[in-house]
Ligand binder design. Structure first.
Ligand code: RIB
Ligand code: CA
Length: 325
């Protein structure tokens, strides 16, 4: 089988964890390295969580690189406050645990910084490789700034990022792009092939409370951990005030699912996209030109609008069911 080579840039994170497990359990993909940035938690927590997830799936051989601790520009004039955690009566409720309740491996991250790894590794590739960006895109944006020629070595950047006419971090901006809009813009403006797995798609394929038992019943480490993560997300939603506690998106996992089987995305459109960096109410918003008159050479992205929940959930259940891959 011709396995698609990928590097993942993550901020692990509950949904990043499911994405990492899906990538490791999918023979169609060859996960060669993981770079980690800030986002759902401080970068050190995200690194620790990433190492634990890879350990859970028996992939301590995949190198993990720690990257940027903060955005390029966005929070220079203010403080980043996460909307994913809230403290009520001294108890933290979060959709992204600081430290996953699974064993830690006997290793740490590689000594090299994630950004210099990305530049060095990409530049030496004779065949193009896909980069999957599922956190604030700071590491990849910095790599593009350091060495724009990495573009020639990238097959596609698949983002979990952006949204059309909706948002989660702000009314109009999705969290990953919202937290580092300049980085997202640098990458999209570079002309590299970009795919946006948006909130529109991820929320059309939500997992539900009923799914928890299905994952639990698989009886595998991946199944049980996914069940735990879904339940953590749904329980925390109620405190965070952004859901009904019945269903939620596993955003980042859909980006990997798309690479395993593009048909999981049922509405993908080729459009010209820009990212608002104007520091106003739309900061971090994707401006997708849907007028239908963008010249071919202006089209810089494919943007997902819808996904098949059935295909997505079945894929997770099948991949986490315990066959050796
Ligand atoms: O907006 C969803 C994204 O923000 C996901 O990548 C999630 O992990 C958080 O980083
Ligand atoms: Ca993420």
């Amino acid at each position: 089988m011709n396995r698609r080579r990928i590097i993942m840039d993550v901020d692990t994170g509950s949904d990043d964890a499911v994405a990492l497990m899906l990538a490791c359990k999918s023979p169609e993909l060859k996960l060669e390295a993981v770079t980690v940035g800030w986002g759902n938690r401080p970068v050190e927590d995200c690194v620790r969580n990433t190492l634990k997830v890879l350990h859970l799936v028996g992939r301590d051989d995949i190198p993990v690189y720690q990257g940027c601790p903060e955005a390029m520009v966005r929070y220079l004039n203010g403080k980043f406050v996460s909307s994913c955690h809230v403290v009520v009566d001294g108890v933290e409720h979060s959709i992204h645990p600081a430290s996953f309740n699974i064993p830690a491996p006997d290793r740490g991250p590689e000594p090299q910084h994630a950004v210099s790894f990305l530049v060095e590794y990409l530049m030496k590739q004779s065949e193009k490789i896909t980069v999957v960006s599922v956190g604030p895109p700071t590491n990849l944006g910095m790599a593009f700034r350091l060495q724009p020629a990495i573009k020639e070595h990238i097959e596609e950047v698949v983002f979990m990022g952006g949204s059309i006419n909706r948002g989660n971090e702000t009314p109009v901006a999705e969290a990953n792009f919202c937290h580092d809009p300049e980085a997202a813009k640098i990458i999209i403006d570079s002309g590299v092939r970009c795919t946006l797995i948006t909130l529109n798609a991820t929320h059309s394929a939500e997992v539900t409370r009923e799914d928890i038992e299905k994952f639990e019943r698989l009886g595998t480490p991946e199944g049980r951990f996914t069940a735990e993560l879904i339940s953590i997300r749904l329980d925390a939603q109620v405190y965070l005030g952004f859901g009904d506690g019945k269903s939620d998106a596993l955003h980042d996992a859909l980006a990997i699912a798309y690479l395993v089987d593009p048909k999981v995305i049922t509405d993908m459109r080729k459009l010209h996209c820009d990212i608002d960096i104007g520091r106003g109410a739309a900061y971090g918003m994707v401006i997708a030109d849907q007028r239908g008159n963008a010249r071919y050479e202006e089209i810089n992205s494919q943007v997902s609008f819808n996904a098949s929940r059935q295909k997505f959930v079945n894929m997770l259940l099948e991949r986490f069911a315990g066959t050796d891959r």
